[in-house]
Design a protein around this ligand. Structure first.
Ligand code: NCD
Length: 305
């Protein structure tokens, strides 16, 4: 039995197989409409989410399976003090697979170690968000046609943004990726990540101004300042509007540069950018459903001929 805790749980070859399956799902949705008939997905969300939970649920429904779960820790027995280990043992009796989001780093790992069904980490604190990374990779692969040879700028809250941490981890396995980290000093990418990049001899720069690097980028990955992980409101208020991507800044970019965002967006991308063909963050949401469908089939070991 296999779980998904980090994007590194799949080799580059296995990821390619997953993406090919997602491509086939996109082209032939009817072929997969009953693939998970009789299977149940439990979504255990101890932290708010719209996209991730609903896209898991949409993915399972598209495969003909059923869904149930909770979207608020207060409505589960966690409010009575039940441990994640106990909860997953219970869920294992009800469901065939579980997607779990938790504010505590490592909680889905603890659950996986006690579970008799596959567990998917749907985001653990500021740590990892592997299915968002699968979504990001599939989007880049679909639109750019490759997962190597590009310069990617990651902009915003690089300290607390788990999607950023997961994506960097995953991209270092592809060749000739040049990272530009764009953040205020307080929200720089954690040292363990820059150390890992140095060890692997992977090129990266850290800058503060988005405008300066805009012309170099093939991909711009914008992120929201992670309000819920701040210790004080004052710092959040000071930093929340540090970057606002607008039409003017988009003019500095290459014609085929693409803008990704894991969403939700707050102020960091002005709505006027949405109509720019290079803004692909809403298409990214659709790829998120295909890749989660492919992941559910893979972890449930269901083959569709
Ligand atoms: C991200 C998350 O939860 O980390 N959202 C998502 O899953 N699409 C990004 C965010 O909340 O900023």
């Amino acid at each position: 039995m296999r779980h998904l805790m980090s994007p590194l749980d799949f080799s580059v070859e296995e990821l390619e197989e997953l993406f090919q399956l997602a491509d086939d799902i996109e082209k032939n949705p009817a072929k997969y409409a009953h693939a998970c008939a009789g299977k149940k997905l439990a979504t255990c969300f101890y932290e708010p989410s719209t996209r991730t939970r609903l896209s898991f649920e949409a993915a399972m429904l598209n495969l003909g399976g059923s869904i149930f779960g909770f979207s608020d820790a207060n409505s589960s027995s966690a409010a009575k003090g039940e441990s994640v280990s106990d909860t997953i043992r219970i869920i294992s009796c009800y469901a065939d697979i579980c997607a779990m989001r938790h504010p505590k780093e490592g909680a889905p790992m603890v659950a996986a170690s006690r579970s008799t069904i596959p567990v998917i980490n749907a985001g653990d604190g500021g740590h990892q968000h592997p299915t968002q990374t699968l979504t990001d990779l599939l989007t880049i692969r679909a639109i750019k046609g490759r997962l190597n040879n590009f310069t990617i700028g990651l902009c915003g809250d690089l300290k607390f943004g788990r999607t950023v941490h997961s994506l960097i981890n995953a991209l270092v396995r592809y060749s000739n990726i040049n990272f530009i980290f764009i953040s205020p000093d307080e929200l720089r990418v954690p040292e363990y990540i820059t150390e890992m990049l140095r060890e692997k001899n992977i090129s990266f720069q850290e800058v503060t101004r988005l405008e300066d690097v805009m012309p170099e980028l093939d991909i711009l990955y914008m992120t929201r300042v992670q309000k819920e992980r701040f210790f004080n409101e004052e710092d959040y208020v000071r930093l929340k509007d540090f970057y606002i991507l607008n039409k003017e800044k988009m003019e500095l970019a290459k014609d085929d540069m693409i803008v990704l965002h894991p969403l939700p967006r707050v102020n960091e991308i002005s709505v006027e950018v949405d109509d720019d063909p290079r803004a692909v963050y809403f298409r990214q949401v659709q790829y998120g459903v295909y890749v989660r469908m492919a992941l559910l089939l893979t972890l449930l070991e269901i083959k569709v001929e």
